[in-house]
Design a protein around this ligand. Structure first.
Ligand code: ATP
Ligand code: MG
Length: 450
């Protein structure tokens, strides 16, 4: 990171040597002042994109129309953007057209919040006309200029404001907050995808619950094109979001779906509406399905255990119940084990591993006896599986068809899964003869046998 800063400095020096101004600006200045890790280094300059392209050897014309050129210095990427204003805003969105200006102040003025409108020059000097450093110090999110006008121009700034408040655990300055609540309806002009990007940063941060509450309190969430209720109905689940700090993305979005009371299908729909990629949606859906199945087997088994408990309480005396309880445990744990193995087969070992990370975040009431057993035994049970996928089976679909002397059909896939589960769980040994014998007795070819 020190190297990045040095390279950034050498870049500014190069600009200066050729008579151009250059400043670090935006997120990198803010993050450095906060002592946070710096993501991308944005540099503002009065050199035009053409002049930047000419001055540096390795460049990518990232967004010439917006004045942005990426300069690559010893493998490091820097975004150089010519001082600009954003021209006319249409439909409360950022404009396609920008206007270049000659003055850094004009460039800082178009930025969203005071803490994002600080520039830092070659000698480490700050240009901070809106007192962003004071607001950083106080932990305040404040619009540059008149808040209502700024949200009118670009309504995405409202979501960004809540995102920063959430991630940094800052407060919105009173006028900024009031204007935001007043203008909340404008959010429907903004593409869902852009909102989603901000939401992802919010949920990935250290205080996602704060962000969700702000979305709720401002009623921004109800004003969006996508109608997804705020997951505030189950606060006990919501609080768990922060328990999976630093954990993979999937876990947090899965917890949100659980907090919303969504099943796998409802979750799929909601996440698709939020413009998440199919791959991302699938990861959440798989985890939800596995969780639902494990929960179901656990609940069924817990009911039995509770009944036993009832009997135990009632007939405390004449019991030699050691044996009895042991047998029950065996049955319980066996159906739990089979459910887990079936889950691993269907959703993969990675999903099972994610579920083990999800478990500790579940509320007390969901962590039933059987579910805890599942959590504790899962690694061993998975490790002891005799097969993980159809590729591990000693026979393939063709072998089964030949042995049964029949044509294929939809039943074949089901039968193969059955064989796989039987082999995986150790119920059936993975030997050709045994497996085909099992296939003969279990095949339901729907009368298609020749
Ligand atoms: P992050 O750490 O998430 O990258 P950031 O503040 O750097 O946060 P970017 O989206 O990378 O956010 O934007 C870089 C800078 O551009 C911001 O710091 C801000 O000055 C300006 N900016 C970004 N989006 C807007 C907007 N919608 N309206 C006004 N200024 C904006
Ligand atoms: Mg940034």
């Amino acid at each position: 990171e020190a190297h990045t800063a040095e390279r950034g400095m050498s870049l500014l020096r190069r600009l200066a040597d050729h008579g151009y101004e250059g400043y670090f600006v935006g997120g990198c200045v803010r993050d450095e002042l906060m002592g946070r890790p710096i993501n991308d280094m944005d540099i503002a300059t009065n050199a035009t994109p053409e002049q930047v392209l000419e001055l540096f050897e390795h460049t990518v014309p990232t967004g010439i129309a917006h004045g942005t050129v990426t300069v690559i210095l010893e493998g490091e990427h820097f975004e150089l953007t010519t001082y600009r204003t954003e021209g006319q805003y249409v439909d409360h969105r950022r404009p396609e057209q920008v206007e270049f200006v000659s003055d850094l102040y004009e460039d800082l003025r178009r930025r969203d919040f005071t803490m994002n409108a600080i520039a830092r020059g070659l000698d480490g000097e700050y240009v901070d006309p809106f007192h962003g450093r004071d607001d950083l110090q106080k932990g305040i999110i404040r619009c540059v200029g008149v808040p209502g006008e700024r949200f009118d121009e670009d309504a995405l700034r409202m979501v960004r404001g809540l995102r920063f408040a959430s991630v940094f655990d800052f407060e919105l300055e009173a006028d900024t907050w009031a204007a935001l609540v007043e203008r909340r309806e404008l959010i429907r002009y903004i593409a869902t995808e852009r909102i989603r990007v901000e939401m992802e940063k919010m949920i990935a941060g250290p205080h996602p619950v704060k962000g969700i509450h702000l979305l709720q309190k401002s009623e921004l969430v109800g004003s969006m094109k996508v109608h997804v209720p705020c997951p505030v109905a189950r606060p006990e689940l919501l609080e768990r979001l922060e328990r999976v700090a630093g954990e993979p993305w999937v876990l947090r979005w899965t917890l949100i779906m659980l907090a919303l009371g969504f099943n796998d299908e409802a979750a799929r729909q909601a996440l698709k509406q939020w413009t998440f990629s199919n791959a991302a949606v699938d990861r959440v859906v798989r985890l939800l399905r596995l969780h639902q199945q494990l929960l179901t087997v656990a609940i069924t088994d817990t009911t039995d255990t509770n009944n036993d408990q009832q009997i135990n309480d009632d007939e405390q005396t004449n019991r030699n119940n050691g044996q009895q309880t042991n047998n029950d445990m065996q049955t319980d744990s066996n159906s739990a084990r089979l459910t887990l193995i079936s889950g691993v087969i269907h959703y993969g070992q990675d999903t099972a591993a994610l579920w083990r990370q999800l478990y500790p975040a579940l509320p007390e009431q969901d962590r039933t006896h059987v579910l805890r057993q599942l959590y504790e035994q899962a690694p061993a049970w998975i490790d002891q599986m005799y097969a993980y996928s159809l590729a591990d089976l000693c026979v393939n679909g063709q072998d089964v068809l030949s042995a049964l002397d029949t044509r294929g059909g939809p039943w074949l896939g089901k039968l193969m899964q059955q064989l796989l589960l039987a082999v995986a769980s150790g119920q059936l040994s993975n030997e050709r003869h045994t497996v085909l014998q099992y296939a003969r007795t279990h095949a339901e070819t729907g009368g298609e046998t020749d």
